[in-house]
Design a protein around this ligand. Structure first.
Ligand code: HEC
Ligand code: HEC
Length: 228
């Protein structure tokens, strides 16, 4: 009984601490600082360029962690490290508080690259009709992988950590994924796979991504980009 109560109070303490942490960041000061981010990450953190990640609605815990990583060099990106160098801990907390309160925008259905629909088609018309069903098929494959993983190859189901709606998990700093740009997702999953992005806790994402084929990375990225 004592143990149960302790667990409960710890859980409550955790929830209220994260509430306080969130309140600690000043949204208005964060918004001001975020003026320097607009050119790449867009108004309110909804970037227009598909290789620049959206930051809107992202958990403050995850945002702070990544900004620290760019600053210390454990996550490498020339553009971001230069920027993070100029931010204090307080700036990071404020900026994260600001982006966490913004709403992520939905994406358009991705357009497949030329080589994606180079399937053997008997007639031109058929090839065109095929392109639509191809994107549906790819998204269905991605959806299956997201929810069920691939047990035979030990690819963990993404849903376990990133949630049924791609909402992530704030206390654990598991990022929100929904409505992120597919191009960025493909790039960053490929970076996890190669080890170029290596600041993830216990190498979790590397262990998962290294077992995924490029096709699976693409499929799950398209799926996630369409989650609302
Ligand atoms: C010159 C363009 C540019 C500017 C300006 C810029 N960023 Fe970035 N940012 C990027 C790129 C590119 C990435 C993706 C890096 C990668 O692929 O690993 C990124 C990634 C990030 C990430 C990681 C997102 C994730 O989902 O993991 C955060 C957080 C971030 N930027 C915050 C900021 C903040 C805060 C500012 C302003 C103070 C800022 N950025 C300004 C280009 C920029
Ligand atoms: C065991 C928990 C766990 C599972 C399962 C998991 N992830 Fe992750 N994922 C994480 C963590 C933790 C991070 C943050 C890594 C960091 O802090 O750098 C992350 C980061 C990511 C990112 C980077 C997001 C960004 O904004 O840059 C993507 C994309 C991603 N995961 C996709 C997936 C996909 C797709 C799957 C399923 C095939 C999956 N994850 C399964 C824990 C998990």
């Amino acid at each position: 009984m004592k143990k149960k109560l302790l667990a409960l109070s710890l859980a409550l303490a955790f929830t209220s601490t994260s509430g306080i942490l969130h309140a600690e960041g000043s949204i208005s000061a964060g918004k001001e600082k975020a003026a320097a981010c607009v050119s790449c990450h867009g108004d309110n953190g909804n970037s227009m360029v598909s290789t620049f990640p959206k930051l809107a609605q992202q958990h403050s815990s995850y945002l702070i962690k990544q900004l620290q990583a760019f600053k210390t060099g454990t996550r490498k990106n020339p553009m971001m490290s230069a920027i993070a160098m100029g931010l204090t801990d307080e700036d990071m907390v404020n900026i994260a508080a600001y982006y966490a309160t913004q709403e992520v925008s939905a994406n358009q259905l991705p357009v497949l690259d030329e080589d994606d629909d180079e399937k053997p088609a008997t007639a031109e018309g058929e090839k065109k009709a095929d392109a639509n069903s191809t994107i549906d098929t790819i998204i269905a494959q991605g959806s299956d992988l997201y929810r069920n993983g691939d047990l035979t190859r030990e690819v963990s189901a993404c849903i376990a950590c990133h949630g049924p709606f791609g909402e992530g998990n704030k206390p654990a700093a598991f990022p929100l994924l929904k409505s992120q740009h597919a191009d960025y997702l493909i790039k960053t999953l490929t970076d996890f796979k190669s080890g170029a992005r290596s600041n993830n806790p216990d190498n979790m994402m590397h262990m998962i991504a290294k077992k995924m084929t490029d096709e699976e990375i693409k499929a799950v990225s398209y799926r996630i980009s369409m989650m609302k």
